[in-house]
Design a protein around this ligand. Structure first.
Ligand code: SAM
Length: 264
């Protein structure tokens, strides 16, 4: 009886493990690949991860032309084999590799640049994984589809005849995002004028907050967060700083330094 129950459950377990199809194999046109890599200012110190790497052209171009290293994950055996063989032939196999894996289960924490050309719903399924695993400052490039609720750093439109057979229109969009530091919460800050408590609210890249001192609460103005760089205006001065985990160190435009420590 137990065996029968197990036999009935096994196909279900296999189904549950089946990778979600994140998109069909449609290679990015080479002009889009070059534009994406230029747009993110990819260079020799970068480690690029392409989720759903197809024939590996994004990672291989990043290595060949821009000197980067990295890896691609791809679900189709044949494409993984082809990408590794091409990397070998191009003499970049020491810097790039392609693995057969489910992109949803891949550890992406090493990336300094992450690229996506996937179905629109898949891109959005990945949003929380990107925010949880990628370090602040990591650049995320998405070909054609935006990450909902996440304001891109910038985006560019290209018009390409070859896209008509893929998406029915010539329009191609490239979105560039920068992973923000996590700043939501309460901080005690030492400003040149004295200590204040900062209460920050965060929705991905949008941050707002108040500063509490003896005189009461004051709303922070022009709050901006780009990667680990946080800035705001308070009482006519601009404070900018670098967020590193539970600490912020920074400078004031009128002179002097400030810092903050997270209290919750
Ligand atoms: C639109 S293609 C993009 C290829 C390449 N990134 C490019 O831009 O040229 C998407 C790729 O994702 C792969 N893919 C789909 N679902 C996947 C999954 N769950 N894990 C890994 N790769 C997947 C597909 O086989 C396909 O090669």
């Amino acid at each position: 009886m137990r065996l029968l129950a197990l036999a009935l459950l096994l196909p279900l377990a296999a189904l549950a493990d089946k990778p979600v199809d994140a998109g069909p194999y449609v290679p990015s046109p080479q002009s889009v690949v070059s534009k994406m890599l230029e747009y993110a200012d990819v260079g020799p110190t970068d480690f690029l991860v392409d989720l759903g790497s197809g024939d590996g052209r994004i990672v291989r171009t990043a290595a060949l032309v821009f000197g980067a290293s990295g890896f691609g994950v791809e679900i189709k055996d044949e494409l993984v084999r082809q990408a590794n063989a091409d990397a070998q032939r191009e003499g970049i196999a020491d810097r790039v590799k392609f693995v057969k894996a489910d992109l949803f289960k891949t550890d992406i924490s090493r990336a300094t640049v992450l690229t996506l050309y996937l179905l629109p719903e898949t891109v959005n399924l990945l949003r929380d994984k990107l925010l949880a695993e990628l370090r602040p400052g990591t650049r995320v490039l998405s070909h054609d589809y935006p990450l909902s609720g996440w304001i891109p750093e910038k985006y560019v439109q290209m018009d390409l005849e070859e896209k008509v057979q893929i998406s029915g229109v010539t329009t191609t969009l490239i979105y560039l995002y920068v992973v923000p530091a996590k700043v939501e919460g309460r901080w005690t800050a030492s400003l040149p004028g004295g200590p204040v408590t900062l209460d920050l609210k965060q929705q991905i890249t949008r941050v707002s907050g108040t500063a509490r001192a003896k005189g009461g609460d004051v709303a922070l103005e022009n709050v901006a967060l780009r990667g680990e760089r946080l800035s705001f205006r308070l009482a006519g001065k601009t404070y900018s700083g670098r967020v590193q985990g539970a600490a912020i160190e920074g400078a004031v435009d009128s002179g002097g330094a400030w810092n903050a420590k997270r209290v919750r």
